[in-house]
Design a protein around this ligand. Sequence first.
Ligand code: MG
Length: 397
Amino acid sequence: MPIATKLKQAAPLAAKSSFVPGCLTLCAIRGDTSDPLTARAFTAPERQYRNAFQRDRERIVQARAFRRLAGKTQVFTTGGSDHFRSRLTHTIEVSQIARNVAQALGLNEDLAEALALVHDIGHPPFGHAGERALDRCLRRHGLSFDHNLHALRIVEHFELRYAAHRGLNLTLGVREGIIKHSRDYTKAQHPDLAEYFLDLRQPLEAQLIDLADEIAYLTADLDDGIDSGMLQLGDVLENVDILNRCYNKVEHEHVGVEPKYLLHEALQLMMHALSDDLIHQIAQTTLAAGINSLEGVRAQPERIAALSPAMELERRSEKRYLYESLYTSEILTREHERAETVVTELFDYWMADPERLPASYYAECSDNGAPRIITDYIAGMTDNFILEQYKLYEAAK
Ligand code: MG
């Protein structure tokens, strides 16, 4: 790309002075006791010092599926180094960004935080490779795997922590945000999800999670990629324009400092530039369209939350680079193939004789069908646990 075009497209790194903090308060989810989005399937006593979404945050953080995120791959296998992100540390990074964006705009921070903390709870072991393998296995039985819908199954059915009901009994607002995290379903596709306002746009708190997720991993994957030695700093700076501009800025400010510290500063700057851009763009789009209520947000034909056009170009270009240089690199491709073999062979092993499943899972096969229950079992596993199961399976072959 010619340098002139590059410069014209470059998104600004600094905040816009015209931005008014809290400008979208009128579009925020109220979250008070009369708000229908705080409704739960089962009655739960009020708590004096915690609102409904703060309580959901606690319910999520105390869930076993949340704790297991510590043992699930984000991009790099969790056993590779103690320094790489796991799905849990990624989740914490997303929640920081989501909370910051929501707070700046005057949206409901507690809802945004709860949604960020739960956004990856439905991910199987081995990241996207595990998800692809499970989906392929299910498709042979006329079903499919979707981590958003699986997350809903976890919070509604699998978590057993309360005396009076199965599941976490989360508010309607959080459950709606879970299923609308990264996809928009139609009523025709999913009549079973009718209570989640499928013909209405999700609130801004839910819309921003997908982008907070992107901002977190676009920054973190460069960091872990370089740390792992799979990406070289020089190559990254040559190919990721936004990081290059951030790096040049911090290099001027900190002459003679080692590149690894400059990189960390540059990544921080890049993350702030992306987050600030998201904040400004959501505010600008919403205010320019004259939207000043939740109903106004819900009536929009498309999601409002997006990066500015200039930053969106930067995001796409970086994502392309990460795909080509990291996600589809020889090392990760080999790891993904291995992960897919492990998932597929174990799935087939349990399909051949579902009685080999733990008794509690086997008992559910008659109602839900073995393919779905085996998927539930596998999807809940950490990377280490599924590898142990695979060893046992190989020994028994
Ligand atoms: Mg994520």
